[in-house]
Write a protein of this length. Structure first.
Length: 86
């Protein structure tokens, strides 16, 4: 990857963080970024390699995750009931 390509990737990530949603191109879909989070930037250099790491970290609300799982379960049950009645 070139420096310009890397900068493009970082700009896309920064824009996603600013808008509250980052699409990583995974099967799981976009990652929702909360209003507040911690950022850690680290630089390590060894004899033959250097690494610059940017890490975003936030707490995940267990209640919100449970609610989302319950809603998904309810939707699945409703779909199954509808299909059974057809």
């Amino acid at each position: 990857m070139t420096r310009n390509q890397g900068a493009h990737v970082l700009r896309r990530l920064a824009n996603g963080v600013g808008s509250g949603s980052v699409d990583l191109g995974r099967d799981e879909g976009p990652v929702t970024v909360p209003e507040e989070f911690e950022v850690e930037v680290e630089y390590e250099e060894e004899t033959d390699e250097a690494e610059l790491e940017v890490e975003l970290e936030w707490s995940v609300d267990d209640d919100a995750a449970s609610s989302a799982e319950e809603e998904e379960s309810d939707e699945t049950e409703e779909t199954e009931a509808t299909e059974a009645n057809e």
